[in-house]
Design a protein around this ligand. Structure first.
Ligand SMILES: NC(=O)c1ccc[n+]([C@@H]2O[C@H](COP(=O)([O-])OP(=O)(O)OC[C@H]3O[C@@H](n4cnc5c(N)ncnc54)[C@H](OP(=O)(O)O)[C@@H]3O)[C@@H](O)[C@H]2O)c1
Length: 237
């Protein structure tokens, strides 16, 4: 059975992806920020294992993983977790920059570094080495930066660079790398964005997290002779 490690499975897009993978019988390891949240994630997604690591503190991930049993092999690493804080460059504090860069860029880089051995090691049924897949949930803000989105957009532009470099480095060895760029999606993050924008939040105007999950699964399930590098998915209405 394929095994996936997924971040952000407690909410929004990540929760939708986790549900879909569990429904079809895949094995899941869910990253939780702390032990309390790990219990909640285990209850939300029965059958999934959990791993504790705070993406807000990437310097400590290596230590945290040293204290827990780690998966021996992974078919995919799905970076879905993310945070956002809007603000003009003239107002964004270093604290806000660090908060967004840590969770959205440095933690995915560190998580990838720590788990690459498990992703590289998979032997497929055929002679061809069947290795793992790293999926980064990016954002339209990873391709274009608007006013007040500076720190978040910088973190997501960085995430694009991370994915592109990783693909160049690992492609020959068979590790696939995909970036998915969703537009606005109805989730707790989008509710927060509307609050920060001072706008009324109507989730029916935005994409359902299930639609983004479908996009992620499309990349994941593509036959091994092909790799989707980048996928942009926007609200259809
Ligand atoms: N919603 C949109 O409109 C939209 C558009 C484009 C791109 N995206 C991207 O899509 C991804 C998912 O977003 P979403 O809308 O599903 O957001 P969401 O509902 O707010 O969920 C974010 C997830 O990230 C996890 N997370 C945040 N900080 C963490 C930390 N320090 N350690 C561990 N986990 C942490 C949260 O865990 P807890 O549940 O424990 O808080 C939560 O499960 C993000 O990368 C986001 O940037 C979203």
């Amino acid at each position: 059975m394929p095994t996936h490690l997924i971040t952000g499975a407690g909410s929004g897009i990540g929760a939708a992806v986790a549900r879909r993978l569990l429904e079809r019988g895949d094995e899941l390891v869910l990253l939780a920020r702390d032990a309390g949240r790990a219990k909640e994630l285990a209850a939300l997604h029965p059958g999934a294992r959990t791993l504790v690591g705070d993406l807000g503190n990437p310097d400590r991930l290596s230590w945290a993983f040293g204290q827990q049993p780690m998966p021996e092999r992974l078919d995919s690493l799905l970076h879905v977790a993310g945070v956002v804080e809007l603000g003009r460059i003239g107002e964004l504090t270093p604290k806000s920059w660090h908060f967004q860069l840590n969770a959205n860029l440095i933690a995915p880089a560190e998580l990838t570094r720590l788990l690459l051995p498990q992703l590289r090691g998979n032997q497929g049924p055929q002679l061809r080495v069947n290795q793992g897949h790293v999926v980064f949930v990016n954002s339209g803000a990873g391709l274009a930066a608007n006013a007040e989105w500076g720190a978040y957009a910088a973190s997501k532009h960085g995430l694009k660079a991370l994915a592109d470099s990783l693909r160049h480095e690992e492609h020959a060895g068979g590790v696939r790398v995909t970036s998915v760029y969703p537009g606005r999606t109805a989730s707790p993050m989008q509710a927060k964005v509307h609050q920060q924008e001072g706008k009324e939040y109507d989730p029916s105007r935005w994409m359902d997290p299930e639609s983004v999950a479908t996009t992620i699964l499309l990349a994941l399930d593509l036959p091994r002779d092909a790799e989707i590098n980048d996928l942009t998915v926007r609200p259809g209405r």
